[in-house]
Design a protein around this ligand. Structure first.
Ligand code: SAM
Length: 359
């Protein structure tokens, strides 16, 4: 049996507690960190390239940095191995994200491969809606269970101002097609921005009166690239929450394994609302997700430092020993997951923008 590596990010790990209860060689609570949080959800970025230039994320569009440019994103084979190892460790839901995942030519194969992995119950995708109408049927046929489409404005000119593209009608048509095809879990992500779309709050609500989707209002997060923009546009999650409650929206009772979103419903509306409030107290207490970048780095937090390269354990000549090493590396890393993201201290770690990791 190969010895586990004793390094995490190149640092000796004597001080890291990896002594979780063991059962036939594997931890009993396989993916649990030192704060007793359990992880069943993996967000897998399949490319860091994005074709939109959202002004809070990639205002100048995707720029290939020379280091990244030398490497290729995870291959289908690497994805297969990664997802299989994470599934054996208790991951049941995988969200495919990016960059913009729909620009991967093999996205259908990626969806199918993740869906066919033993232990994976839900395959979700986050997209800006590019070519959604054309592609959604093949994604569903490949096994897609859940779809999130980012739509920051229902006004075509504001949509263009934010994203750099005049594709609102096309994106909405794609969303309708997903609903027509019977996809049950359809969400729309909208980041509320003080100087762009905050005045569309009521319009968004009116839209879901008859549209059976889950609308996610995401509080704008500061990254190292958007500091000025953030200060001009950040809307406090608590203010949105107060507006919803004043309009009769009622918070749903949280299930035990629910993630950090606060879910709201209203009997007069076909849709419901999720609030993602990363600056709220205790947001990180319900963290249930791990992230892998398109270059194969494990990120324990959206705003952590760097990520740990899992690629040395991936690739040709895969073997059980290699999978075991990968699994042990994930266990080691998990014990170093910080208690919270420290965003309220303006600490954005090494995250320049969220297209690096897929949000
Ligand atoms: N290209 C895909 C898309 O547009 O949905 C997936 C990647 S994108 C980074 C994922 C989500 O992150 C989008 O809903 C986007 O609005 C959100 N996002 C990006 N930067 C953000 C920020 N600074 N604060 C809050 N949400 C952000």
């Amino acid at each position: 049996m190969l010895q586990p590596p004793l390094l995490w990010k190149g640092v000796a790990v004597e001080n890291i507690n990896t002594s979780l209860p063991q059962k036939s060689g594997r931890p009993l609570h396989a993916l649990q960190d030192s704060y007793q949080r359990e992880f069943s959800y993996l967000r897998l970025s399949v490319t860091d390239v994005c074709n939109f230039s959202c002004n809070y994320c990639l205002p100048d569009g995707y720029q290939c940095d020379s280091e990244q440019g030398k490497q290729k994103p995870l291959s289908l084979e690497e994805i297969k191995q990664l997802v299989s190892v994470f599934a054996q460790k208790g991951i049941t839901k995988v969200r495919i994200t990016g960059g913009e995942p729909s620009i991967r030519k093999d996205l259908v194969e990626i969806i199918r491969c993740v869906k066919n992995t033993q232990g994976i119950e839900t395959v979700a995708l986050t997209t800006n809606g590019y070519k959604l109408t054309e592609n959604i049927q093949s994604w569903i046929e490949a096994g897609l269970d859940a779809l999130n489409v980012s739509i920051d404005s229902l006004d075509p000119s504001v949509f263009q101002m934010i994203t750099g593209h005049s594709r609102l009608q096309e994106t909405l048509a794609g969303l309708d097609r997903a609903l027509e095809l019977g996809l049950k879990k359809v969400k729309v992500n909208a980041v509320l921005l003080k100087t762009y779309n905050l005045n569309e709050f009521e319009r968004f609500l009116n839209w879901i009166k008859t549209t059976p989707i889950s609308l996610r209002f995401i509080e704008l997060m500061e990254t190292s690239d958007n500091r000025e923009y953030f200060h001009a546009n950040h809307v406090k999650g608590e203010d949105i929450q107060a507006r919803l409650e004043q309009s009769g929206w009622v918070q749903k009772i949280r299930s035990k394994n629910a993630g950090p979103a606060k879910e709201y419903e209203h009997s007069d509306f076909a849709g419901n609302i999720g609030l993602i409030m990363p600056y709220s107290k205790d947001f990180c207490k319900s963290c249930n997700r791990l992230r892998i970048s398109s270059m194969g780095k494990l990120h324990l937090c959206l705003f952590g430092e760097g990520g740990e390269d899992l690629r040395p354990y991936l690739g040709s000549g895969q073997s059980e020993e290699q999978d075991e090493l990968l699994s042990q590396q994930v266990d080691l890393g998990l014990q170093t997951k910080p208690e919270e993201h420290y965003l309220s201290d303006n600490n954005t770690g090494t995250t320049r923008h969220l297209a690096m990791l897929g949000g």
